[in-house]
Ligand binder design. Structure first.
Ligand code: ADP
Length: 247
């Protein structure tokens, strides 16, 4: 599927290598009165882990929002190889911890796209939810309120919600931020397993271990593409000093 936004009706070559899951060209995007992304041209390799890196405010979340279809680009082109609509796991802080929802209800929301808001979940939906929760090691937390869970547990609930969407393209915003090293490693290992099982994973991250273990990095700086390629190539000392920037 190709989505064309204003101004840049550039045709992408039809013979793009088939291993690209998403590619975009000359993308501009932002918020009312606040342009953020400028002329981004890059691609996301399928069946691989891509880390989206860059200083705070460089546009990582905005780009994920565009790839997830929740933010419209103002110009450019966005193309998805054939597959299911992306599953988006937003930043933990963006999800109200005080919502009166149990862990299981939160994961079940991952089925709403398929089932609609008001229809009862089918037995198959429940099986999908069960297996997502098992995969994330949260099967026994189903009845607990979200707000009672630790940061790492809550993050796993959100990832399980993403898995319950059964997409082959999983987009995650800072899935390991604010977690202790053990929880971080657990999530990184899980995402690596998902890639091995046939999912394309894109994560915005400040976690250098996660970025180093990715197959590819996209480096953003001030809403522009500042690097693209293997972690060794992209995570140079200069890039790292920007990424480590506090705030
Ligand atoms: P990152 O994920 O790299 O920290 P973001 O994409 O969140 O960057 O933010 C990029 C810029 O867009 C920042 O200057 C931020 O203040 C601004 N921004 C983010 N969300 C909004 C919003 N909802 N409305 C207006 N500006 C926003």
């Amino acid at each position: 599927m190709t989505i064309m936004f204003n101004k840049h009706p550039l045709l992408l070559p039809a013979d793009r290598p088939s291993h690209e899951r998403v590619w975009f060209s000359h993308l501009d995007a932002g918020y009312p009165g606040r342009p953020v992304l400028h002329q981004l041209t890059a691609s996301i390799t399928g069946l691989a882990m891509t880390a989206l890196v860059g200083p705070n405010g460089s546009g990582k979340s905005t780009l994920l929002g565009v790839l997830a279809g929740v933010i419209d680009a103002t110009s450019g082109q966005l193309h998805y190889a054939e597959g299911r609509p992306p599953a988006f796991v937003p930043q933990r802080g963006a999800v109200g911890d005080t919502l009166p929802l149990t862990a299981r209800q939160t994961v079940e929301m991952g089925r709403w796209g398929e089932r609609g808001l008001w229809r009862r979940l089918t037995r198959q939906d429940r099986t999908v939810v069960d297996s997502a929760m098992e995969r994330l090691g949260i099967a026994d937390l189903g009845a607990r309120q979200l707000g009672e869970l630790s940061g790492g547990q809550r993050q796993r609930v959100l990832i399980a919600q993403g898995l319950a969407q059964q997409s082959d393209l999983l987009l995650l915003d800072e899935p390991t931020t604010g977690l202790d090293p053990e929880a971080r490693e657990r999530i990184t290992a899980l995402l690596t397993d998902l890639v091995a099982d046939g999912t394309t994973v894109v994560q915005a991250t400040h976690d250098l271990e996660a970025a180093r273990s990715a197959d590819a990095c996209l480096l953003l700086s001030d809403g522009r593409l500042a690097g693209q390629g293997s972690p060794e190539k992209v995570l140079t000392p200069a890039a790292l000093s920007g990424i480590r920037q506090p705030g």
